[in-house]
Design a protein around this ligand. Structure first.
Ligand code: TXA
Ligand code: MG
Length: 318
């Protein structure tokens, strides 16, 4: 694996070529880093599963450079989904739609739908455009971490997690710390009423206001095989505690206006909810690096992105 810290136009072009040749490229998006492969290449996609250690029936999100390309991958797009696309792409939102013939079983986990996302992050955008110029159709990319672990929000985290499983032709593009810090909002658009499968920074309130339909919130749906829906996920090695007292020697994460309990080790003191999401996963990683056994977290109250943060905390705590 080669790390590219500059991510110049010519570096990104090389990365696009590597993808087309069947190699893997980890790249930044505004949510978290993704582990990319040519979404039409079964061997490359199968390497994504083995590098992540992820069961192959868990589908992958296909990333495309622009909303216009949605029709390559999806059919029967409901009008509310078109509204979502128009307003929130490029951005931290993934839509589940009925698949076209291009979306094969090895991408969808055998389901008849496909997850699609247009990321806004400039390096991701350039990579996708260069890849498409070379004839590529889309980049499949799960978060660039081992299955069940915390998503990476820095290039160092990607290297720590996956470095030993990648080979010499694979690349990792550095784009600095991720802006949002938690994974995209996933909305199942295969029914009349949209269903939020994974809350994120495109919030339920934003969706409802736009489409004038109340989305169903179903983060525990077990019929759809989404790995983020297993009872424990997004978890560091340290145990996450979201209620009860904080003891001396435990890691501590809370909004900055909440003082650190005596003897606890402050891992993060975000000033607002956006900051909370942005630094949550790197705080988890800091705890693991220091070998802490427990992280005590005071979850933020309220709606919007606070809901997404609580979702990740609940998953991480099992
Ligand atoms: O922010 C994100 O979404 C990041 C960046 C890299 O785009 N990607 C990401 O991918 O978080 P991943 O695979 O780690 O999480 C996506 C979740 C998985 O649980 C996957 O199984 C589910 O979405 N998923 C993907 N396609 C699906 C589909 N067609 N139907 C149901 N669930 C799907
Ligand atoms: Mg993931």
């Amino acid at each position: 694996m080669r790390k590219i810290s500059t991510s110049t136009q010519s570096d990104i072009k090389k990365a696009a070529k590597a993808l087309l040749d069947g190699s893997l490229v980890a790249f930044p998006t505004e949510t978290v880093y993704g582990l990319g492969a040519d979404a039409t290449n079964p061997e490359a996609v199968s390497r994504v599963y083995s590098v992540k250690g992820r069961p192959t029936d868990h589908p992958l999100i296909v990333h495309i450079s622009s909303k216009e390309l949605i029709k390559d991958w999806a059919i029967d797009i409901p009008s509310y989904a078109q509204k979502l696309v128009k307003n929130f792409w490029p951005g931290p939102m993934t839509l589940i739609l009925r698949r076209s013939d291009l979306a094969k079983d090895f991408i969808t986990g055998g389901q008849d739908n496909v997850g699609l996302r247009v990321p806004a992050q400039p390096i991701a955008q350039t990579l996708l455009r260069e890849f498409e110029k070379l004839g590529g159709s889309g980049i499949a990319a799960p978060s660039a971490n081992r299955f069940g672990a915390v998503s990476p929000t820095t290039v160092e985290a990607v290297q720590e997690d996956l470095g030993q499983y990648l080979d010499s032709k694979d690349l990792v593009l550095d784009g600095g710390p991720s802006l949002v810090g938690i994974e995209s909002t996933i909305i199942d658009c295969t029914n009349e009423i949209p269903m939020i499968l994974r809350p994120g920074s495109i919030t339920t309130e934003m969706i409802q206001k736009l489409i004038e339909k109340k989305p169903i919130i179903n983060v525990t749906n077990t019929l759809i095989r989404a790995s983020g829906m297993l009872p424990v996920h997004y978890a560091p090695n340290a145990k996450i505690k979201i209620s009860g007292v904080t003891n001396a020697g435990e890691g501590f994460i809370a909004l900055s206006n909440i003082p650190t309990p005596a003897g606890a080790i402050r891992l993060a003191a975000p000033n607002n909810l956006e900051e909370f999401a942005k630094i949550l996963y790197s705080a988890f990683r800091t705890a693991d690096i220091h070998g802490l056994s427990t992280i005590s977290v005071i979850p933020p109250n309220g709606d919007g992105i606070a809901h997404a943060i609580r979702d990740r905390l609940n998953k991480a705590s099992g």
